[in-house]
Design a binder for this molecule. Structure first.
Ligand SMILES: [Zn+2]
Ligand SMILES: [Zn+2]
Length: 387
């Protein structure tokens, strides 16, 4: 029976000695294995994972490696478990934890950071200066679950209390896995971008972050919110999430479309989620002087950029990594208040044993999968339609 010294457990939530866990072997190869249940330390808890969503960044990590960084290098063949967008139930408390109780339903953010560098102290723990330093003689205790420490394609994981958000009782497990995605859009638009009500926002690319970016922008009072993309069904979901206008760039040039809607002046904000090679150049043509462009997608390779345009027009361009400054808490608050319906982007559910098939759905966008969720227990039919 799991009973490490100094760790509080409860007979209501019995913990086995070992768990099922997927580990990454060679690129693209995942194996279901058994692992010991990890032990929470100071300010940490043990989470029984109930559901986890698959993210495009998981696919990057599983097939290519970065931005995962394990023991100073690529994550392959290190008995390491990927996966980062999970939710679950607190089942054991490490030393000094009274912020959470056993039985609390929580969802997580990914980065605990190291807690001691300049950026962590500023709340920008997703930009921790000690990223990946959690081993051997460079151990600064950095954690980014599913990137530099074990992730959630398994049954139990350790979380620092600062990476957890309590979930509303009436929010389903599946919906709760989406809080962190909304938190990423939130961090880009509000904490880093300073978005206030009444400003115009263009979101380019209706992937998960883009679609929830629409929801967050609208909930923040942005006006109007414009979404661009190539697939009408995704644009229709964007409308349900709060987009005032959508532009299918197969039918209309995105820059001309934005100028048509905004009367030639262009947008105050562009949230770039498409990763298209010319996306930044187009974004600066869509926005007005002094506007802000938030880059939230990873293009493959470097791209030529019209820097003079940025300079002449006083445009602010910034990247985001993940969801800093507790943005996830604010995203959960919006979702709890039903300010947008994140469930619209959840399309498929699989059982933990079927993770490779779930990943295939996410990677090849089978049946136009947007967010694929894996449930850890209970009987999950091989897949089911969204709620
Ligand atoms: Zn993610
Ligand atoms: Zn740090």
């Amino acid at each position: 029976m799991y009973a490490p010294p100094g760790v509080k457990t409860s007979k209501d939530f019995p913990i086995p000695d070992e768990q099922k866990a997927w580990v990454l072997g060679d690129p693209g190869r995942l194996t279901l294995t058994k692992k010991a249940i990890p032990v929470p330390g100071k300010a940490e808890v043990l989470v029984r994972i109930d559901a986890i969503a698959i993210c495009a960044t998981d696919l990057e990590v599983i097939y290519h490696g970065p931005p995962a960084l394990i023991e100073g290098g690529l994550p392959f063949n290190k008995n390491w478990t990927p996966g980062h967008e999970y939710m679950g139930t607190v089942v054991a408390l490490g030393t000094g934890v009274d912020e959470f109780s056993i039985g609390d339903r929580i969802t997580v953010e990914i980065h605990a950071g190291c807690g001691q560098c300049k950026r962590c102290r500023e709340g920008m723990y997703t930009s921790c200066h000690n990223y990946g330093k959690n081993y051997g003689d460079v151990n600064k205790g950095h954690r980014a679950n599913g990137f530099t420490s074990d992730g959630g394609f398994c049954e139990y994981a350790i979380n620092n209390i600062n990476t957890m958000v309590k979930v509303a009782d009436d929010m389903s497990d599946e919906e709760a896995t989406l809080v962190v995605t909304a938190g990423t859009a939130m961090y880009g638009l509000t904490e880093l971008g300073g978005l206030i009500a009444g400003e115009s926002v263009v979101v380019t690319g209706p992937g998960p972050i883009g679609l929830l970016g629409v929801g967050v922008a609208k909930a923040m009072g942005a006006n109007p919110v414009i979404l661009t993309g190539t697939r009408d069904n995704r644009l229709a979901i964007g409308k349900k999430l709060g987009a005032d206008h959508v532009i299918n760039v197969k039918n209309e040039n995105a820059v001309e479309g934005v100028k048509r809607i905004l009367g030639g002046k262009g947008a105050d904000y562009v949230l770039e989620c498409s990763a298209a090679p010319n996306a930044l150049n187009e974004a600066m043509l869509m926005c007005n002087r002094g506007a802000k462009i938030c880059l939230a997608a990873f293009p493959h390779g470097s791209v030529p950029v019209d820097v003079a345009n940025i300079v002449r027009n006083n445009i602010y361009v910034y990247g985001i990594r993940g969801e800093g400054k507790s943005a996830t808490h604010r995203a959960q608050a919006f979702m709890e208040q039903k300010r947008f319906d994140a469930r619209l982007i959840h399309t498929h559910t699989f059982a933990l044993d079927d993770l490779p098939e779930a990943i295939r759905y996410a990677k090849d966008r089978v049946e136009d999968a947007i967010k694929v969720v894996v449930k850890m227990r209970g009987s999950v039919a091989k897949k089911m339609a969204a709620e």
